[in-house]
Design a protein around this ligand. Structure first.
Ligand SMILES: [Zn+2]
Length: 191
């Protein structure tokens, strides 16, 4: 896995890419929750399900089908007033699907463990991206703190934190520019 910090950061950047007009507290809570939800499958270790099993770590909960199901369920139950047939509803489904799927994409950039079962239930194969620069994060908080946690965070900062930071800065700068132009336009119209 990549650490929960990186999953949440990427989810935040995805959420910032559009101006949503829903309850912000609920939106952000569900956005961050979806980004870390797939790792609930580490509980499989506790009940003896092997890593390689379809229900094991990086299995079903890291698949694209799971992401779509979660995207639909979150909007259906988290924003019931929107309705799944509205354009806004489907945009939110796409958002929560992408945020959930982003978890597997980040994991597939790490250099350890088994790959990600993106295509379960159609294909049980585990996949990595051809380039895996991110150091894999140890499973469990105590290991994260005591083992190579700092090393992992450094690698995530370099390969995830900095690119996402540049993306966010670019987006905010673009928005600021367009807001300034809008303000200028309305001042000119008033003169
Ligand atoms: Zn994971």
């Amino acid at each position: 896995m990549a650490s929960a910090f990186s999953h949440a950061l990427v989810a935040y950047a995805i959420g910032q890419s559009h101006r949503w007009t829903v309850d912000p507290q609920r939106f952000w809570f569900l956005t961050i929750a979806c980004s870390i939800l797939p790792d609930l499958d580490v509980l499989a270790f506790a009940v003896g399900i092997p890593y390689r099993h379809v229900l094991g770590h990086r299995g079903l909960t890291h698949s694209l089908v799971f992401a779509v199901v979660i995207g639909i369920a979150v909007v259906r139950f988290g924003f019931p007033h929107l309705g799944l047939r509205s354009r806004h509803g489907w945009m939110l489904v796409a958002h929560f699907t992408l945020v959930t799927a982003s978890h597997g994409f980040l994991d597939a950039l790490t250099d350890g463990g088994l790959g990600v079962a993106f295509f379960v239930p159609f294909d049980d194969e585990r996949y990595f991206f051809p380039w895996t620069p991110v150091k894999v994060s140890p499973i469990g908080v105590s290991r994260f703190i005591s083992e190579r946690g700092l090393h992992v965070l450094g690698s995530e900062l370099l390969w995830i934190g900095i690119p996402v930071g540049i993306w966010l800065a670019g987006m905010w700068a673009t928005r600021r520019c367009s807001r300034n132009k809008e303000d200028q336009g309305s001042v000119e119209r008033l003169q």
